[in-house]
Design a protein around this ligand. Sequence first.
Ligand code: SF4
Length: 204
Amino acid sequence: MSDAEREDLRRHGILLTSLEELYNWGRSNSIWPLQFGLACCAIEMIAAATARFDIARFGAEIFRPSPRQADLMIVSGTVTKKMAPLVVRLWNQMPEPKYCIAMGACAISGGPFKQGYNVLKGIDRFIPVDIYIPGCPPRPEALLHGLTQLQEKIKAERLAGPDTARHLRPENPGEFPIPDYGAHDLQPPNNPALFSPPSLPRKP
Ligand code: SF4
């Protein structure tokens, strides 16, 4: 049945759906973010939950203090190398299906501190990121836009078949190796399964 036919039926009070659509509709409209922030971007994330921006309109107002009860990690702020192992540990403690938003330049790439010896150049070196929100900092509206993009992504997930969602495929791990904060740097400096640094040819 085409979308036009379904829309025609809906106008006559008949709603046709599938278990997959119902399941994804419920999940996409009840996202529970993990309650933590890392730096200045977190202030904008907090603002998104205030009455002015009202993240509750999108069903994502229940910030959970425990990773066991959260399905969205918003990495909002600078990830220092000392903090990175703890962020990965929190991610591992979240149950599947789970999603990650990298909010702001720091979480995406290290931002203005990219050249700093103590700053991770992007959280996607250790955990998979679903949505990137650029800015320094992104405004609350940008976070809400990223949230709606994530909702669209969840609604498009398939429960079976060749396009089965990531969390339903057994070959995809839900947990990732936690790096050690060593004497000089993170060990390993990235998760090779997720990120490989570009090789820069040196001139002789
Ligand atoms: S991106 Fe800018 S506002 Fe956000 S944590 Fe980094 S320095 Fe702060």
